[in-house]
Design a protein around this ligand. Structure first.
Ligand SMILES: [Zn+2]
Length: 75
């Protein structure tokens, strides 16, 4: 290595998750705390509004089924 090498993506020096610089002896990223050995998750963590929306849809679905059942029972 006589010249300054560019940062190699497979050198294990950068976090595969957030791209932060990682020491060679570090088993976890100092920025995001994930292990460098973990596979990169394809889906990012869902924000809170996604969970709220999912719950709202679920409740609407349950309410719809209940209303449908009441309607069927009453004829
Ligand atoms: Zn990271």
């Amino acid at each position: 290595m006589t010249e300054a090498d560019p940062i190699e993506p497979d050198a294990g020096e950068t976090c595969p998750h957030c791209g932060a610089d990682m020491p060679d002896d570090a088993d976890r990223c100092p920025r995001c705390g994930r292990s460098a050995d973990q596979p990169v998750t394809l889906t990012p963590p869902k924000p809170l509004w996604v969970k709220a929306l999912a719950w709202a849809i679920l409740l609407l679905a349950v309410a719809g089924v209940v209303l449908w059942a009441i309607k069927m029972i009453r004829g």
